[in-house]
Design a protein around this ligand. Sequence first.
Ligand SMILES: [Zn+2]
Length: 171
Amino acid sequence: MHDPVDIRRRIDRLVARVDRRDDYGQLLARGQVALAVEDLDDVEAWRAEIKRKARADRIKVRTGVEDGLVWALRIRTGNADLLAAASRYRDFLSRAAPLAVELWHEPHVALRDGEEVVCTCGRCSALGYADAAEGVIGGALFKDECPNEEPPAITAVTMMHVPGSRRPGGR
Ligand SMILES: [Zn+2]
């Protein structure tokens, strides 16, 4: 298990990075971004700016306005690196999530960016951090027991990443 001080630093860095992102940065990181039309002074200028940046970066985007939302979507053409990253993330979470559940936590994804994720427990203050690209995992969620005595509820993370045999009462 990773050094707790370094884990704390990694979480702070991730939160700061996501906070500081502008709309185009979010589009790059998540593949899409949407805003309420009423939150923008000039919808067409926003779309033009996204397209201008995308052209400069040579990526393809589509933008549109619908139902009071203006959106931009990155068009992907079967990018092998992205697919590999997504499957690395899934595999890594399938190693990490059972640890949390076996310690009686209810893991939820609080923040994800690429292959980095911060998870919280639904009923205590434990945090967990994992970075699939670097193989780093740490935080109380993955090493300290949940103070609750009742078995944890099944969360979306549990459903997707913990096999039935490793869930509470699943044996
Ligand atoms: Zn807990």
